[in-house]
Design a protein around this ligand. Sequence first.
Ligand code: SF4
Length: 338
Amino acid sequence: MVEAAQDILKVNGLSTSFLLREGEIKAVDNVSFSLKKGEVLALVGESGSGKTVACLSLLRLIRWPPGKIKSGEVILDGQNLFDIPLKDMHKIRGLGIAMILQEPMSSLNPSIIIGRQIQEAVELNQGLSGEEAKKKAIEMLELVRIPSPEKRYYNYPHQLSGGMKQRIMIAMALSCKPKVLIADEPTKSLDVTIQAQILRLMQALRNDIDTTILFVTSDLGIVAEMADRVAIMYAGQVIEICDVFKLFTNPAHPYTKGIMKSIMALKTGERLNIISGDPPNLMALPTGCTFHPRCDYCQEKCRTEVPQYDDISGEGTHMVRCHFPLGVDKTQAEGKGK
Ligand code: SF4
């Protein structure tokens, strides 16, 4: 019998706000998801939906004031990270959870050769030193497909292209051998051909070293290529989680369905489907379901009652935050527009 993979990371009821003089911005609101060992979960949403704040909250990198993690727990391999004294979190960052940031250009030290920067990460996290650590740093350069790694070891960041810099960031993150790797839109600032190279590299690394990845993106094309499962975020909440096939064939949340229709229209050249209205002001969220002012399926209940996070698959594989998920109860979900 094949044993089911264990959850390596569990996020339960995570809420993070920014407390400003003007009011509270609920950037992450009661978010829950989990990652199994070896899988890639894509965290998807438009700008401002709370993806990056959620990731920084996992690492407790939210700066107070004005940011504050208000509630929830983050269980990494059985240990609640919110129980650890903040001064000890550096032991988790890197070895437990490593993060590749959006902007490789500003994440590397311009005055230190890149080999030395990787070596420092190796020394800090793997306990190696001297020649041994240098050898490991060169191995990491090789792993991320940097040509002539022994020579490139001595390059400064400005001598590398944008794509190569992002590979260095990936090498540094992986040199810590993290249990979970967070990739926060790692191809966002790169041009399209380099994006494809980095994605291919990440896929290869995933196969080679069995990494568990939380892949943050707003690009559903990347999701289709990279992810096993997807969590969709809207206005600080995760509103749907399912596997990639389900997402593209049977999305259950009206917001997810709206995005999918837009993509299909782009592919077929039909008139573009637009979700009416704007994303809500996080300081003054709508009552009930936060998507209700834009939803074609909105009913009275949606305006007043906050939808719970429900398992519509019966086996924990498809979670939706909607009173009337599409395809589940068609008499209610369909044909009752606003
Ligand atoms: Fe639409 Fe109601 Fe579902 Fe919200 S709860 S997404 S308003 S149907």
